[in-house]
Write a protein that binds this ligand. Structure first.
Ligand SMILES: CC(C)(COP(=O)(O)OP(=O)(O)OC[C@H]1O[C@@H](n2cnc3c(N)ncnc32)[C@H](O)[C@@H]1OP(=O)(O)O)[C@@H](O)C(=O)NCCC(=O)NCCS
Length: 152
């Protein structure tokens, strides 16, 4: 992910979250050196070259590595591309990325009300290890976060 391409990212982010990250949040993550990874469709160029060309943005994931551990800060798939296995496929890439820097586990926060994400993470072997009270903004107040982790 590059700062210059954040229009596409923001388009998805604003479509799928009631409380989306801001452009500044993404810029900060890039500037901090977090692994900000995009999943894109690749189309073959028609004739003169065999090189693939980047097509539409399908989704993205943002990883912050600390010693022995990686935090998954954002995992998102464009609305029209959901339920096609992209998040599960993307997670495999993120696990490999985390392992490659020596992480032994991956940890994330998720809203208890986010049934699709919870279903995904549970089916991927994440277990709840904590609860952060009032962690997220929510309509009319705050919402807790479940803290989930998975060994790599
Ligand atoms: C959560 C999210 C990333 C899943 O992306 P996706 O590409 O649609 O997920 P996949 O197609 O790879 O599905 C993998 C599994 O997730 C679960 N899942 C995904 N969407 C689901 C839904 N709407 N309802 C129930 N389970 C769902 C299922 O277990 C699914 O496995 P299955 O297809 O074998 O049943 C996507 O819905 C999204 O971007 N949501 C908004 C952003 C968000 O909430 N991110 C997570 C923040 S912690």
């Amino acid at each position: 992910m590059r700062s210059a391409q954040l229009d596409e990212v923001m388009h998805i982010e604003q479509a799928i979250y009631e409380f989306p990250w801001t452009r500044g949040n993404f810029q900060d993550a890039i500037a901090a050196g977090y692994d900000c990874l995009e999943l894109r469709d690749m189309l073959d160029l028609p004739s003169t070259t065999n090189l693939p060309v980047a097509a539409s943005l399908v989704g993205y994931g943002i990883l912050m590595h600390v010693p022995d551990q990686t935090h998954l800060l954002n995992l998102s798939v464009a609305p029209a591309r959901q339920r096609h296995g992209y998040a599960r496929e993307g997670l495999q890439l993120l696990y490999r990325c985390a392992k490659s820097v020596g992480s032994e586990s991956i940890t994330l926060e998720v809203r208890p009300s986010n049934a699709p994400a919870l279903q995904l993470y549970r089916s991927e072997g994440f277990d709840q290890v904590g609860l952060r009270r009032g962690y997220y903004p929510a309509r009319g107040g705050r919402e807790d976060a479940l803290v989930l982790t998975r060994a790599l």
